[in-house]
Design a protein around this ligand. Sequence first.
Ligand code: GLN
Length: 486
Amino acid sequence: MRLSDCSLAELGRLIRSREVSAAELTEHYLERIERIDPKVRAYISVLEAEARRKAAEADRILAAGGGAGPLTGIPAALKDNICLEGAATTCASRMLENFYPPYSATAAEKLLRAGAVVLGKLNMDEFAMGSSTEHSAFFPTHNPWDTDRVPGGSSGGAAAAVAAGLAPYAIGSDTGGSIRQPASFCGVVGMKPTYGAVSRYGLVAFASSLDQIGPLTRTVADNALVLEAIAGYDPRDSTSVPDAPAGYAHGLENGVRGLKIGLPKEFFTSGLAPGVEKAVRDSVRRLEALGAETGECSLPHMDYALAAYYLIATAECSSNLARYDGVRYGLRAPARDMIGMFRASRSAGFGPEVKRRVMLGTYVLSSGYYDAYYLRAQKVRTLIREDYERVFAEYDVILSPTAPTAAYRLGEISDPLTMYMGDIYTIPVNLAGLPGISLPAGLTDGLPVGVQLIGRHFEEALLYRAAYALEQSGVFTARPALAEAE
Ligand code: GLN
């Protein structure tokens, strides 16, 4: 078996038994990146020297015996909005092209302390605003299943890297679907944890009340392993939750017998591509065959979720991105006076999608419009959270498609509203702060389809259990041809 086909558990065993060294494993991935990434373009930067140094350090720890954990010596990659000390953290924006953070995000720090070897930083939509990675200021990423198609977004580089075997796992961020939707498009597993489960310290903020960091992996068990490593209370993030339950892989193999799974009727309507619906319904049947009980449920306020999200997220983004003014952070464009310098810097530093959102967000927060838009959106947010609470009084898990379609072609969607509509199944989960996982459910016309499982707050372990049962039923074993290239 090729190293790039191994699960994290298998890699960990090979490393700890010293059949493979961390240095060999790192070279394996660096070689694959050099050979395959020019077709995928998942990486914004590859940190060869630092990865080799870290691998050598892991090998010394392993040689000394003791002190090695499940991720020691195993390579990883980070979305480029997660700060890594001394490495460019660009958010795929001209604005931060030369930003070298003097500290690491807590999630990155935890991985480094666990002995992870960071291979590089991954492409994304600029400041995580988008669903296709076409909004990267540098270049688009290509879907490894069909390089004419998008990998999804905004964590498109992360999903593509894992799917193409260019990293054993990746860390992304999800504000309205940015982990789950690219996971769906690329045929990998992506978890958006409960809001507050993973520290946001060192994650460059987009919409702070929605942003959450999470893992993208090839298997469900790998995902639980990585979440275990990055989750936990952090005093540096005031929204991080103390005493959240850990043990994400606990009971992974306990199956779904008796589990009550709700299927929201609002999510199985027009707009859902037939091939996607077929794969998702097949997952439902498999779960039923394994003993789960399924039934139709209703989330009546879903029609308003997209509008509420695009008011709240843009409001928060306009506030968060005010700091990029050419003084405190980021690009500075020369001008004759100070206001001119602010204007020139922000004009040159931000791409069109970011500008659109900053303008929209500034508008909805402005006096006279605040009550009509922002405040009303917050009220809708409460109604959406209550919709889920009602369903969770009766069901343990909610199942839906992750995205209405499979991956589309690069350049195919040019109008922003159509792009926004692709987030219809993932956005409400962020508004309610719930955990959601996307895992592969099958193929349609040779492209992966994801199914999403949503749980109560902090019930990630239950989601992993249900996802694992579905995965083990053999629903999806394919890999993109590009990843097979020796
Ligand atoms: N696609 C959504 C947006 O454009 C979600 C992005 C995200 O989750 N970061 O806002």
